[in-house]
Design a protein around this ligand. Structure first.
Ligand SMILES: C[S@@+](CC[C@H](N)C(=O)[O-])C[C@H]1O[C@@H](n2cnc3c(N)ncnc32)[C@H](O)[C@@H]1O
Length: 267
């Protein structure tokens, strides 16, 4: 049987062509494969490891699959969410969307919040945890994503305040929200996706030929307060759509790279 050091050597070597920190990632996968945390990996040199499981994980990562799908776990807003291939891996910049929705929600005693495109449910669940009196309804067009989202709501004990619906946009959702928000798919159809992103569901990524089609459909719902993530080059087209749909207070926000990443809008 391999020692932990030998397993890490093997994993790091197998991943050196695919990522910048192969030993770091090999350690994460080794820990996930045998249920040991970083300290245990460093201190229990003779701990038994599940070599077959570890090698299978390394093989998947060597093919370019994102590590979050392999470990089944993703960090978002300082919590660990379940992550399965039927749902998009939540991105760090989407924490900015949470911040904006949470800031607006403070205006309401018990905010009613609707999300379009829940994905893993990480955003809706985070808001429920950050806003203990909030009631949230989140839709997704993907049945697979809804299953992941429901598991995350149950995992964090908020399933009573976060309801998920399998729906297009907010079709047939009978819920008068104070705030509606979305991180919809907004990549244009002919954009060449980097290899790791190609493991994620297309329905979570592609917003249409231009990329802005779903965002425009959301704006056309004319909700009183709308907060959305968008692409860095979509501000002009979305400003015009917001204006045409009667939104008066419109503010675009930037991400950590100082690029446009979303907007808040009120009618
Ligand atoms: C970019 S992902 C965002 C997922 C999650 N909110 C997040 O930020 O990690 C977009 C989500 O919208 C869903 N979606 C795409 N088109 C939709 C539609 N017409 N109505 C509802 N959901 C849709 C996709 O299935 C996907 O889960």
């Amino acid at each position: 049987m391999r020692s932990i050091k030998a397993a890490l050597d093997f994993g790091a070597d197998a991943l050196k062509h695919i990522c910048d920190r192969p030993r770091f990632e090999a350690r994460i996968l080794l820990g996930a494969s045998c249920g040991l945390n970083a300290i245990e990996l460093a201190t229990k040199e003779q701990a038994p490891i599940d070599e077959a499981r570890f090698e299978a994980m390394i093989a998947r990562r060597a093919q370019g699959e994102p590590i979050e799908y392999i470990t089944g776990s993703v960090g978002f807003y300082s919590r660990e969410f379940l992550c399965e291939s039927g749902a998009l891996i939540p991105r760090a910049e989407t924490e900015l969307l949470v911040d904006r929705v949470a800031a607006i929600a403070k205006r309401f005693d018990a905010p009613k919040i609707a999300e379009i495109g829940a994905g893993s449910g990480a955003i809706a669940v985070t808001l429920a945890l950050e806003l203990p009196k909030a009631e949230i309804v989140a839709t997704d067009i993907s049945a697979e994503a809804i299953i992941v989202a429901q598991k995350n709501a149950a995992r964090f004990g908020v399933a009573d305040r976060v309801k998920f619906a399998h729906a297009n946009l907010l079709d047939n959702v009978n819920f008068e929200a104070d705030i509606t928000f979305s991180n919809p798919p907004y990549i244009r159809a002919d954009y060449p996706l980097p290899k790791p992103v190609s493991f994620e569901p297309k329905v979570a990524l592609i917003g249409g030929e231009k990329g802005t089609e779903i965002l425009e459909a959301i704006i056309e719902l004319k909700k009183p307060i709308l907060v959305c993530e968008c692409g860095y080059d979509q501000e002009a087209i979305l400003r015009e759509a917001l204006r045409a749909n009667g939104y008066k207070m419109v503010e675009f926000y930037k991400d950590y790279a100082n690029l446009t990443r979303g907007f808040t809008a009120e009618r």
